[in-house]
Design a protein around this ligand. Structure first.
Ligand SMILES: NC(=O)c1ccc[n+]([C@@H]2O[C@H](COP(=O)([O-])OP(=O)(O)OC[C@H]3O[C@@H](n4cnc5c(N)ncnc54)[C@H](O)[C@@H]3O)[C@@H](O)[C@H]2O)c1
Length: 317
């Protein structure tokens, strides 16, 4: 059975990927530093199922501060590099230093380790590298132009991996995820904040007027694309991973209210610096080359996230 390293294994996407690979019979060495971007308890909860399996080993390690221990890299078939400091808003100001560490320095260390051992590396990049994109839907060859410090670090990581590929022959694949959602979604992300507001009756703040739209991608679809990339992608490929469910935030609010059977308490706030107006992936390349397509539409995926949080109306089930 294949044995993989998953960095960021305690995070939203990393833990879902880890569970899926374990269920397929893979052995997983999971690495996570349990950074302070959000609460450790949420990450521990996300790892609960994985920790029950003998095919899972957890290594608590900060990738930005030192090389991975050699024994963690033994016998591997590939590396899924999901660890990062995510989020656009916190990447401004003094927060940027942590983005440089957890994104650029950490990726450099992982690329060194994978390149030296001839391991294939699948990298979690982001739609944020496009900024306010020059074309919609946005194909992969659209000139990148990130408008947040976070997006700049993700683009830097892509370039860094290309540099490592030339130097060490590193085999890498970059996946540009478009707003991923579903159970375990990070607490700073809109859907999790929506669900929390619904459950507690507290206010939900929309940054701006709610007309900003996103190509929402259900986490199981993102994970399926990630595994397909490890198995089948040509060396050096870059793919958009978009769920094909574009919606404006205010329409998502209406859908949540409908699914939950009760209204939300909404407040409109300032538009957030670095937030793009719109994302929409052109997924022709990944559909053609990896035979991947998103399977979960927004209504079904959102219902799954609400259900996991115990916030689904009985009649909507
Ligand atoms: N969630 C999305 O919508 C989305 C969209 C585009 C790209 N991405 C990318 O996907 C990846 C996963 O995102 P997520 O939403 O699951 O984030 P997350 O914060 O839930 O998971 C990231 C994990 O990486 C760990 N980590 C951070 N820095 C580390 C370091 N230096 N050493 C070891 N571990 C470290 C964190 O502790 C965390 O558990 C990230 O690379 C992110 O940039 C996510």
């Amino acid at each position: 059975m294949p044995r993989y390293l998953v960095t960021g294994c305690a995070g939203f996407i990393g833990s879902t990927l880890t569970d899926s690979l374990l269920a397929d019979g893979c052995e997983i060495v999971g690495v996570d530093a349990f950074t302070d971007y959000y609460d450790r308890a949420a990450k521990e909860a996300a790892l609960r199922d994985a920790r029950d399996r003998s095919s899972f080993t957890l290594l608590e390690h900060d990738l930005a501060t030192g090389p991975l221990p050699a024994d963690a890299l033994e016998g591997l078939d590939g590396v899924f590099h999901m660890a990062a400091r995510p989020g656009v808003r916190a990447s401004w100001g003094a927060g940027f230093e942590a983005y440089v560490s957890d994104n650029i320095l950490a990726t450099h260390a992982v690329a060194d380790a994978a390149g030296a051992r001839g391991l294939r590396l699948v990298f979690a990049s982001s739609s944020s590298i496009y900024g306010d994109a020059l074309a919609y839907p946005t194909p992969e060859d659209t000139p990148p132009s990130p408008i947040s410090p976070y997006g700049v670090t993700k683009l830097a990581c892509e370039h860094l991996l290309n540099a490592h590929a030339r130097d060490s022959g590193l085999e890498h694949v970059a996946l540009r995820y478009f707003t991923v959602y579903g159970p375990r979604q990070r607490p700073d992300m809109a859907f999790t904040r929506l669900v929390a507001a619904l459950v507690s009756g507290s206010e939900f703040e929309i940054y701006g007027d709610g007309s900003q739209s996103r190509d929402f991608t259900f986490v199981a679809d993102a994970v399926a694309a990630t595994i397909a990339a490890m198995r089948d992608a040509p060396v050096g490929a870059t793919y958009n991973v978009g769920g094909g469910s574009e919606a404006a935030l205010r329409d998502v609010v209406a859908l949540v209210e409908q699914l939950a059977g009760r209204p939300l308490n909404i407040r409109y706030g300032e538009r957030a610096a670095g937030d793009v107006k719109r994302t929409l992936a052109d997924t022709a390349r990944i559909r053609a080359e990896l035979k991947w397509e998103p399977r979960t539409d927004l209504r079904v995926g959102l219902a799954a996230q609400l259900d996991a949080a115990g916030a689904l109306a009985a009649s909507a089930g």
